[in-house]
Design a binder for this molecule. Structure first.
Ligand SMILES: C[S@@+](CC[C@H](N)C(=O)[O-])C[C@H]1O[C@@H](n2cnc3c(N)ncnc32)[C@H](O)[C@@H]1O
Length: 214
């Protein structure tokens, strides 16, 4: 006889910076290079406003958790996948950060209160074009399907950061290429109060830094 628990894939654990992160095949496998996104986030927090961190599309939680392990802040971590949220809560506990972390299960644009403000938004949305997701058969579709041009959820993350960043706060947005960052930059409306200040290239993606200017 099978039940939901016996059907669950075996959990795996990997080192992510100084943290140990649990995940399984129902979420995206943590990628070692993304420790650089956490390191950059911690650096921006040290030079930015006081305030908590928001991580959109947190998966197993590792990027946000490593950020606040290095620069202690409160963290709100959001993901639509309940399995990802379960891992993120577990990983926060294992890292001794549970008191600082609130994991919210739901869509990026549905789980924040209008008045909430953050010093840093870390965002790791799916960024693969829908027609190309077949190139990554091992990755869960929800974690990689970025819609027609790969930017559907990235746009939602930018809009969310525009609404919820403190003045002087930063959005670090993970994308697939510099071209995607350029596309989003061209779409930024002046009323969003966000400016693209830097794009860093890594082995399998880029991270764009957008600053909240007013
Ligand atoms: C590229 S993965 C990133 C996961 C993790 N941050 C990492 O780097 O390994 C994208 C994540 O977005 C989540 N996701 C997809 N659509 C979402 C939505 N509308 N709202 C919130 N999370 C969503 C997926 O479940 C997945 O965990």
């Amino acid at each position: 006889m099978t039940d939901e628990l016996s059907l669950a894939p075996t959990p795996e654990v990997m080192e992510f910076g100084e943290l140990r992160i649990r995940y399984d095949a129902r979420v995206l496998r943590p990628r070692a290079w993304t420790t650089a996104q956490s390191a950059w986030g911690a650096e921006l927090l040290r030079g930015g406003p006081e305030g908590p961190v928001l991580e959109l599309c947190t998966g197993a939680g590792q990027i946000g958790l490593l950020t606040i392990a290095r620069e202690r802040r409160r963290l709100v971590a959001v993901d639509l996948n309940p399995v990802a949220c379960e891992h993120a809560r577990y990983n926060a506990e294992q890292a001794g950060l549970a008191d600082l972390v609130e994991v919210r299960e739901g869509a990026v644009d549905a789980v924040l209160d209008t008045e909430e403000r953050f010093a840093l938004v870390q965002a790791d949305p799916p960024w693969v074009r829908r027609t190309e997701t077949g190139r990554f058969p091992e990755d869960p579709l929800l974690a990689i399907d970025g819609g027609d041009d790969g930017l559907t959820l990235a746009r939602t993350c930018v809009a969310s950061a525009g609404e919820h960043l403190l003045d002087g706060g930063s959005l670090l947005l993970q994308l697939g290429s510099r071209e995607q960052a350029t596309t989003l930059d061209a779409e930024l409306s002046p009323s969003a109060g966000l400016a693209l200040v830097e794009v860093r290239e890594f082995e399998r993606g880029v991270v764009a830094h957008l600053l909240r200017t007013r």
